[in-house]
Design a protein around this ligand. Structure first.
Ligand code: NAP
Length: 312
């Protein structure tokens, strides 16, 4: 099969790029800005046609949650109109559109893990733009799989883990929000799940499903930050603060843990516990950065030097 991955330089796209080298039975094509823009109809149509695409994995998105509040036009263009174009292209080519969405489609008022069928009620522009993108796909694409994920991090790009490592190298203590609960997800695990789905995908079947995927377990951002410091051996103390003590431009769901039974059952996917995946990611980051040992936060020092940790 010919598989197009959009947004290929982002966290998830980069993990898929790494994994694709182990999938010799498929041809993967990786595209991102500025060469390929999912909001440009001509580019989408000609690329899918030229490459004979069977599956589109849409990792492209406008992911700046706070900036989206003031940049709503571009957020809707990328997160709603782009997926609509990809869906139309998938329809033309009888291809599958595998699209990534977010836990921010929920308002966070639940206290039990969200199921795929639960009512959505996004609180901010980013969540709304992603929700409308989902809806366009459901309207247009005859065959689609939407995967909602949460709190993504990777060795690639900027994210919460790298921000914590950098701050841990700069400060002796840190306040982190304790009353927003969700689940971190290592983008490498999600990429693995996507590849497993592609391996089981049958071209003669139509798909119209939404799934939830995060790592296993539950954490607050405070728990997540503590785990980063602990596992990377960073001697920075982390203190819990309530959301209303910390200014965030976009409102965020207070609770966005997702129920993952459907994806596990349907596609026979084992999901790792979030702390185990965080530990594996930190090891990988150390190896790829040429840093040996994780006991004195050499990673944080490196990120400070490189200025690489601007998280979303
Ligand atoms: N990050 C999270 O915590 C999180 C949580 C839940 C769900 N998700 C979803 O998971 C998916 C992957 O997220 P991620 O963290 O890998 O995102 P990311 O790192 O921000 O990567 C997104 C990529 O898409 C590119 N892009 C933006 N506009 C584009 C356009 N018009 N055409 C083509 N490419 C474009 C970006 O390029 P530029 O960098 O040049 O803009 C970037 O390379 C997204 O759908 C996101 O909404 C993410």
């Amino acid at each position: 099969m010919n598989i197009l991955v959009t947004g290929s330089r982002g966290q998830l796209g980069s993990e898929l790029l790494e994994l694709s080298t182990k999938c010799s039975n498929h041809r993967f094509f990786f595209y991102d800005l500025p060469d390929f823009d999912i909001t440009c109809r001509d580019q989408v149509e000609s690329l899918c046609c030229d490459l004979g695409i069977d599956v589109i994995v849409n990792c492209a998105a406008y992911t700046a949650v706070d900036k989206a509040e003031t940049d709503s036009e571009i957020a809707f263009k990328v997160n709603r109109d782009g997926p609509a174009l990809l869906a139309a292209c998938a329809r033309e080519r009888s291809a599958l559109l595998l699209h990534i969405s977010t836990d921010y489609v929920f308002d966070g008022n639940s206290n039990i893990p969200y199921r795929e069928s639960d009512l959505t009620a996004p609180l901010g522009v980013y969540g709304l733009s992603k929700w409308e993108g989902e809806e366009r796909i459901r309207d247009i694409a005859p065959s689609y799989i939407i995967i909602r994920t949460s709190w993504l991090y990777s060795i690639h790009g900027g994210n919460f883990v790298k921000t914590m490592l950098r701050l841990g190298a700069e400060r002796s203590d840190l306040n982190v929000v304790v009353d927003q609960i969700g689940t971190p997800t290592w983008a490498a695990d999600l990429a693995g799940a996507i590849v497993l789905i592609i391996e089981q995908y049958r071209k003669d079947c139509l798909y119209s499903s939404t799934f939830h995927y995060s790592n296993e377990g539950v954490a607050s951002w405070y728990d997540f930050a503590r785990a980063v410091m602990e596992l990377a051996g960073v001697p920075c103390r982390v203190f819990p603060v309530e959301s209303d003590e910390y200014t965030q431009i976009a409102p965020r769901p207070q609770y966005s843990v997702m129920n993952k039974s459907a994806i596990k059952k349907e596609w026979r996917i084992d999901i790792p516990y979030w702390r185990d995946s965080l530990s594996a990611m930190l090891q990988r980051l150390a190896e790829e950065s040429g840093v040996s040992g994780l006991d004195t936060n050499p990673l944080g020092a490196m990120l400070v030097t490189q200025g690489l940790s601007q998280g979303k």
